[in-house]
Design a protein around this ligand. Structure first.
Ligand code: NAD
Ligand code: ZN
Length: 331
């Protein structure tokens, strides 16, 4: 069926309000405008950020079609779209790459100014939505809603992938895997023989473990309150598992005792201020590096013991594992 230029009616999951079950509804998806791509979604992951949205700890507008971790096939393209064509396999990008803004043009930046996460308007770049349901306009999730059979996303939020990529699995490469793996390999640059601790052993934390292991870390401590995560974490490379709820001391004190001098690299992949503080305090005071990967509520504040900032350790945030699609001459 040629859907080019036509609205499509399909099924999608809608969150009518926060902290309520998703409901499967028939929605109308408008055709793509200039600079937009119409995608037939084949698979979608569920990222921790979707969980924050649905639980109401991360502010977005409702009603909403959630999801952002998607793989699909280009159905049609709007005017001026040149990087993909109908039939191409693509991933959605929660943080786009406009290739024109300060972040995109800087070798060390990837937080494109055309992003719609901080803050989230829930609308396309022209300020309108492409989704309606029961006559009501429905908001987009970070401009890349994926819990729908068809979606419209900006061209800058689409990455073309190999024709042979398995679309049922590759959605995880859209967010969780590069976020975690890149945090370890590209941002922290974990070194051979180093020691690491990872707070949160979900999708992102598991990819951090893989990045630490691939970088040759000698000891990898995994921290999670859900012990069901431990067997897979060990299979991926975690050497020691800690459940903070079963410890008599704070987890950072236990990590310090285990390592003597604190870890070389600490990663937070939960999205809570307490685990961010624990990760920071688990690092070696002189040369440790603490990476914040988890997405905290924008209303929360991170409070650190100010005097200890001067001791030499580093606190960094990282988005999508510092991945970039383009661009500048320096590597
Ligand atoms: P997930 O739900 O799969 O995993 C979170 C894990 O944290 C779970 O295993 C859970 O049991 C554990 N956990 C919860 N509370 C804990 C606590 N107090 N101490 C220790 N462990 C605890 O989520 P995910 O998809 O892996 O995402 C993890 C975080 O990364 C989220 O905050 C998400 O929003 C964020 N994220 C950030 C980026 C980025 O670019 N920076 C990208 C994707 C996701
Ligand atoms: Zn940009």
């Amino acid at each position: 069926m040629n859907t080019s230029g036509k609205a499509v009616t399909c099924w999608a999951a809608i969150a009518w309000k926060k902290i309520s079950p998703l409901s499967i509804e028939e929605v109308q998806v408008e055709p793509p405008k200039a600079g937009e791509v119409h995608i037939k979604m084949i698979s979608s992951g569920i990222c921790g950020s979707d969980d924050h949205v649905l639980k109401g700890t991360f502010p977005v507008k409702f009603p909403l079609i959630p999801g952002h971790e998607g793989a699909g096939i280009v159905e049609s393209i709007g005017d001026k779209v040149s990087s993909v064509k109908p039939g191409d396999k693509v991933l959605t990008l929660i943080i786009p790459q406009c290739r024109e803004c300060n972040s995109c043009l800087h070798c060390k930046g990837n937080f494109c100014e055309k992003q719609d996460v901080l803050p989230s308007s829930g609308l396309m770049l022209d300020g309108t939505s492409r989704f309606t349901c029961k006559g009501k306009s429905i908001y987009h999730s970070f401009r890349v809603s994926t819990f729908t059979e068809y979606s419209v996303v900006p061209e800058i939020a689409v990455a073309k992938i190999d024709d042979a990529a398995p679309l049922d699995k590759v959605c995880l490469i859209s967010c969780g895997v590069p976020t975690g793996y890149g945090a370890a390999v590209q941002s922290a640059k974990v070194t051979p023989g180093s020691t690491c601790v990872i707070f949160g052993l979900g999708g992102v934390g598991s990819a951090i473990v893989m990045g630490c292991k691939a970088s040759g870390a000698s000891r990898i401590i995994g921290v999670d309150i859900n012990e069901k995560k431990f067997s897979q974490a060990r299979a991926l490379g975690v050497t020691d598992c800690l459940n903070p709820r079963k410890l008599k001391k704070s987890v950072q004190e236990v990590v310090m005792e285990m390592m003597g001098v604190g870890v070389d690299f600490a990663f937070e992949a939960v999205g809570l201020v307490d685990t961010m503080t624990a990760a920071w305090e688990s690092c070696n005071k002189s040369y440790g590096v603490c990476l914040i990967v988890g997405l905290a509520s924008p209303e929360s504040q991170l409070s650190l013991e100010a005097a200890k900032i001067i001791t030499g350790k580093t606190l960094k945030g990282v988005c999508l594992g510092a991945s970039v699609v383009c661009c500048c001459s320096e590597a």
